[in-house]
Ligand binder design. Sequence first.
Ligand SMILES: Nc1nc2c(c(=O)[nH]1)N[C@H]1C(S)=C(S)[C@@H](COP(=O)(O)OP(=O)(O)OC[C@H]3O[C@@H](n4cnc5c(=O)[nH]c(N)nc54)[C@H](O)[C@@H]3O)O[C@H]1N2
Ligand SMILES: Nc1nc2c(c(=O)[nH]1)N[C@H]1C(S)=C(S)[C@@H](COP(=O)(O)OP(=O)(O)OC[C@H]3O[C@@H](n4cnc5c(=O)[nH]c(N)nc54)[C@H](O)[C@@H]3O)O[C@H]1N2
Ligand code: SF4
Ligand SMILES: [Mo]
Length: 701
Amino acid sequence: MSGERTRHGACTLCEAMCGLRVGTSGDRITAIRGDPDDPLSRGHICPKALALQDVRDDPDRLRRPVRRTATGWQEISWPEAIAITADGLAAARRDHGADAVASYLGNPGVHSLGTMTHAPPFVRMLGSRNRFTATSLDQLPHHVVSRHLYGHQWLLPVPDIDRTDHLLVFGANPAVSNGSLMTAPGIVRRIRALRERGGTLVLFDPRRTETARLADEHHFVRPGTDAALLLAMVRVILDEGRAAPAAYVDGLDRVGAAVDPFTPDRAAAATGVAAATIVRVARDFAAAGAAAAYGRTGVSTQRHGALCHWGIQLLNVVTGNLDRPGGTLLSRPAVDPIRSGLLDSGHGGRWHSRVRGLPEFGGDLPASALAEEIGTPGPGRVRALLTVAGNPVLSAPGGRRTDAALAGLDFMAAVDFHINETTRHAHVILPPTAPLERDHYDLVFHMLAVRDTARYTPAPLPRPEDALHDWEILRDLSRAYRRRVRRAGRWADRLALACSPALLVDLGLRAGPYRLSLRALAAHPSGVDLGPLKPSLPKRLATRGKRVDAGPAELTGAAADAAGALLAPADGGLLLIGRRHVRANNSWMHNHARLVKGAPRHHLLVHPDDLAERGIADGERVRLRSAEGAVEVEIAASADVMPGAVSLPHGYGHDRPGVRLGVAAAVAGASANDVTDPAETDAASGAAVLNGVPVTVERIA
Ligand SMILES: Nc1nc2c(c(=O)[nH]1)N[C@H]1C(S)=C(S)[C@@H](COP(=O)(O)OP(=O)(O)OC[C@H]3O[C@@H](n4cnc5c(=O)[nH]c(N)nc54)[C@H](O)[C@@H]3O)O[C@H]1N2
Ligand SMILES: Nc1nc2c(c(=O)[nH]1)N[C@H]1C(S)=C(S)[C@@H](COP(=O)(O)OP(=O)(O)OC[C@H]3O[C@@H](n4cnc5c(=O)[nH]c(N)nc54)[C@H](O)[C@@H]3O)O[C@H]1N2
Ligand code: SF4
Ligand SMILES: [Mo]
């Protein structure tokens, strides 16, 4: 057909950042395919890529700003929306101080170039201590541990999956998530290749997952106890004289003392993993040629997330696998947000949350504290909120409290294109363009990728008339805000807010290690290959003296504090864990028929023995209850979850009044985070406890 063109694009729906070929005709999408010439994704896409078209065509997606009135949502002009938002934020600051204005930045913001470049400076301009992001619902323990060990929260070693001989995984399900803090598009193919070249995949997860089916070994582990397992493995390696760390590593004596209580026998009683298995897996890891230990959300968002990630880093550090090809390595991104100072090195405890005294990390407070900071009266109370690309009512623990708290705000604005469980409380919603309507460069995920590449894709589709990009909304908002709050904002932030993301990426590329530019990348629309990950330590350490202290006081102390609880034998109660599905994405996209078709996926998985014990039948509706609250859910019996663990995906619970998403009743489900408890956080990091939540399952009378 005439006018048909194929343009390069990038999928922004998960961390794999797959390269796309987008067929277009005028402003329509005619096809979405994987880009075979992309040096990283090499043609791979998953079923979600096609949903980029559904996001663009989504009838529920806002195209114009709206304001909430007594009679419903009303479309307003951009200048009006910007003025109302700036007024609302500035009034709260004037009347109650800067801390009265809170912000929450959600996960899709990390996948939108414009929010990456423009949301952080705008949030800094607000000058509030009440900053919240999805990081504390996700990878915060990784940052805390990297800060302690390597001196910078973003020095996150990446498993060298394409060259490793042995991958040891805790609490991650890459076959579904497509990899996280490990950008490895086509990861199933990469795992198969690992095994075909004689390598081994060993996995610990309370559920026999889609990834478990690809593994050589899968072991159940009792939810929330992995820190005991990991520290016991480190103990075995030290005890048996198998340690072979690099010359720049100190503190193994302190590590040895800290892990001493974690004997394989005691860890076995707590974790449900046989002592002999703990010992053997540790030995196998130490003996493998090149090995990488890796863990994700199952061992991040749990009570001992920081100790888990310390244990994982220790396995790599102590065996000399850190910074070794086939082990774990730092990437060398073409735009280096660490060197450019775009990403904070991370500091902790400079201030604390008002109500519970939780420490900030990297300038953010734990999202578990958001609802109480809004709801608790007194000086310093949050009165106004700006959310950008997030849905804390469904994503943060204690969703009902968040929901109630948001209803009591003086003012709320959302940069978002959906009226969801959170944004329905906003006074004004400012909707950005859809993913394929904007230029893209992955500032974060190139940093986490298993191979160094660089790819800039100009928007494959034109934006609709009168639509603004995320960054333009934030730029205009910052200008309007500065007219009302004159002293707001540092010079550098004001400058950044005035620049386009394209200009900032160009500057970053030019200053980066390969001296690239947008012009240079334009000659390689599928991306340039910058080669496999390379050793770079100790040079790139951000620690004093360029040394790694493997046993910093914060973590050895945390291990001592937690040892009693961690090594307590299992008490027989049920523990709730999460679950993801390849055709779902956190709390959104449940309104796309193409993705949700088929059997419902929001059941509570329970082991048949646990059902029999409670006299509950498969398929029955039950009450799932915790200290925080209860929801009604449907049961699916499954021998794939270990006895004692029950699994429920998050991001459901769409049947709240006022939500304007066309989610079918059969898909609405219940929110796991109405059951998870905001009162519990990981002591050493502040991360939310979303896995390993004590629950009961009761028949509904
Ligand atoms: N129980 C439990 N809870 C969890 C988790 C779990 O495993 N278990 N996982 C946690 C994790 S890892 C994460 S990352 C969080 C996610 O939590 P959040 O980040 O709070 O929520 P999301 O569902 O990712 O955000 C979806 C919102 O972003 C908007 N959006 C999408 N694209 C864009 C865009 O380009 N620009 C703008 N401005 N908005 C956009 C959508 O319209 C939608 O409103 O959930 C956490 N919560
Ligand atoms: N299709 C799809 N892909 C996604 C997302 C999505 O919603 N859908 N979300 C994206 C986001 S925001 C993120 S952060 C990543 C997350 O990426 P992953 O962490 O790889 O994804 P999950 O499927 O949540 O895997 C966590 C695993 O931990 C297990 N687990 C739970 N509790 C414990 C425990 O105590 N110990 C151990 N050892 N395991 C435990 C769970 O059973 C689960 O299999 O995925 C990203 N990719
Ligand atoms: S794996 Fe992730 S980035 Fe690749 S197509 Fe699927 S959702 Fe998009
Ligand atoms: Mo996440």
